[in-house]
Ligand binder design. Structure first.
Ligand SMILES: NC(=O)C1=CN([C@@H]2O[C@H](COP(=O)(O)OP(=O)(O)OC[C@H]3O[C@@H](n4cnc5c(N)ncnc54)[C@H](OP(=O)(O)O)[C@@H]3O)[C@@H](O)[C@H]2O)C=CC1
Ligand SMILES: O=C(O)[C@H](O)COP(=O)(O)O
Length: 530
């Protein structure tokens, strides 16, 4: 169970601690952040952080105070009923217990604590860079094994924090362990090699100079993953950074922070040196700038939405790795296998309720087969189960109320502009039933914006060029897919699509995780055909 057994030390009362200098610590500052369960829409966990105290603490204080009064009353009544004496001492103890618990959750991380984390990371990195490569790999393999062993409690957090269906939550953890091991193995090979250059290979030079080059670490890497893969997209930054001899500071997403803290504990248990890995929780909107502009950071690896654009503008002269949003287009030609198309649109568009950067986010289908595709997709959508993540439903609540409101805004805009609803729009709390919108036009927001939810637009096209044009006119350049039985056409169209990678006759996806996942728009485009 989360926060128990080997994980007991990462939690203090009801607040998850932060990780610094090889220890789990309670912050001195007096603030915390609540993690809201997307399904119940009630606080599920608390992590060290910096939420404005009045909004959370005041209601919680009222609650706890009422509970305290209720506790004292019940004891008193119980004593009365039993006709024994009122036990004043035990009630005072009870009273102090609740008061102490109340104060315990108003602690938080400070900028000073972040500074200490950065100093410790810098010092630890110097030693780590001199630790033999094979030893670094050994520790990563150990962390991977522990992570996989602990998949159940970590998956439980993913279910409660981000409403990931239980089975997918377990896969995320296992896949993360495999990725750590794979990275360790590859790291040993890649980092074990260097280059030897001779001067006479460049015009005008004699063979009088030699150059030896090898890869060296950058220093302290700040890793910021998004909510939808808080474990997997954290380790995909951590493992390469660590094997290459860097220190790592993780800022987990607020929703997903508890899962990430459990994951970090697996690295702690593996025995990584003190200070090398740290995890600073807190709301990005509040501690984000301090972290990303910190002079101790030598590189930022970020995955998320437009926040990445703001970070790029604020960060100093350091390398940035930015994986941002997507509007992954699915182009369907007349000669495609329409059953395969429908199966992939449903899998690609609706798994984890569309909350994947690689989800199919716009279908561009040739008019001549559009009716048939829409009918087949509708038939498959009718079989999707809608409900709670604990029951492994296909469609679960989206991560937050604001996310559900945003998705609804896109639906309302399309409705006002005359879109065709293939199903009735239905929402309960954060749960949105899967929806296909047909006859979407370019003036509708849903044609361009990323819902990150179970709503998929269909744009009917008359020429392939129209489809390619829509795909390339998007601000996003993540993935795309093309369905046709003509492989030559598929390759030509893939080549014309300005996306990081293109799948042929298959829904977009990042995995297998050792495949390239390049996300730049031109002129930095490197296209991978998968
Ligand atoms: N290209 C890719 O590989 C992927 C892209 N994504 C994209 O991510 C988005 C959804 O994820 P979501 O978590 O909502 O994305 P956000 O951009 O909202 O947040 C991403 C991370 O940034 C943090 N953050 C927020 N504000 C700041 C700040 N000022 N400085 C530093 N960090 C900050 C967040 O913390 P906090 O939670 O505390 O706000 C979170 O950890 C979608 O657009 C999706 O397409 C998702 C997965 C993969
Ligand atoms: O964060 C995301 O959405 C992922 O990078 C996509 O991964 P997936 O294709 O394996 O779901």
């Amino acid at each position: 169970m989360a926060g128990t057994g080997v994980f007991a030390e990462i939690v203090d009362g009801e607040i998850y601690k932060y990780y610094a200098d090889g220890e789990w610590k309670t912050s001195a500052s007096g603030k915390s952040v609540s993690i809201i369960n997307p399904t119940t829409r009630k606080p599920q966990y608390k992590v060290q952080g910096n939420e404005r105290w009045i909004s959370r603490v005041a209601p919680a204080a009222i609650c706890k105070f009422s509970f305290l009064i209720w506790g004292i009353n019940s004891c008193y009544l119980h004593q009365q009923l039993k006709n024994t004496n009122f036990n004043f001492r035990s009630d005072v103890v009870l009273c102090f217990y609740f008061i102490l618990r109340f104060w315990a959750f108003v602690t938080a991380c400070t900028q000073e604590e972040v500074n200490k984390v950065m100093d410790a990371a810098k010092a630890a990195q110097k030693l780590w860079a001199r630790t033999p490569l094979w030893k670094r790999a050994e520790l990563l393999h150990k962390a991977a094994a522990i992570l996989k062993e602990q998949k159940a409690p970590i998956a439980e957090c993913l279910v409660k924090e981000i409403a990931k269906p239980a089975k997918d939550a377990v896969s995320e953890v296992v896949r993360s362990g495999d990725l750590i091991s794979y990275t360790a193995e590859e790291g040993v090979r890649i980092l074990g090699e260097g280059k030897f250059l001779v001067s006479d290979s460049f015009p005008g030079n004699e063979r009088t100079k030699y150059c030896l080059s090898s890869k060296i670490p950058l220093g302290v890497i700040l890793a910021i993953p998004p909510f939808n893969y808080p474990v997997n997209l954290a380790v995909s930054k951590m493992a390469p950074a660590l094997i290459a001899g860097n220190a790592l500071v993780l800022k987990p997403p607020t929703q997903g922070a508890v899962a990430a803290l459990h994951m970090i504990h697996c690295f702690h248990l593996a025995g990584f040196p003190k200070g090398l890995i740290s995890c600073v929780s807190g709301k990005g909107s509040e501690i984000g700038d301090f972290l990303t502009m910190h002079p101790g950071v030598n590189c930022i690896s970020f995955t998320g939405g437009d926040t990445g654009i703001a970070i790029s503008k604020k960060a100093g002269m350091i390398p940035l790795q930015m994986e941002l949003g997507g509007k992954d287009a699915c182009i369907v030609l007349e000669d495609a296998d329409l059953d395969l198309v429908a199966a992939n649109i449903v899998k690609g568009g609706y798994s984890y309720s569309g909350q994947r950067c690689t989800a199919v986010k716009v279908v561009l289908v040739m008019e001549s087969v559009a009716d048939a595709v829409v009918e087949k997709v509708k038939a498959k959508m009718a079989k999707l189960t809608v409900g709670v993540p604990e029951e492994n439903c296909d469609i679960t609540p989206v991560v937050s109320e604001s996310s559900a409101n945003f998705i609804e805004g896109l639906v309302v805009d399309a409705e006002q502009k005359g879109v065709t609803f293939c199903q009735e729009y239905r929402r309960e709390g954060n749960l949105i039933w899967p929806l296909l919108l047909d006859h979407v036009r370019p003036d509708m927001r849903i044609a361009w914006e990323e819902p990150f939810g179970p709503v998929l637009p269909v744009i009917r096209i008359n020429t392939v060029e129209e489809g390619i044009h829509h795909c390339n006119a998007s601000n996003f350049g993540l993935q795309g897919c093309i369905f046709t039985s003509d492989i030559n056409k598929a390759i030509m169209i893939s080549d014309a699509m300005e996306t990081g990678s293109v799948q042929i006759n298959s829904a977009p996806a990042r995995g297998p995780d050792h495949f390239p996942f390049q996300v730049d728009k031109p002129p930095l485009l490197t296209q991978e055909l998968c």
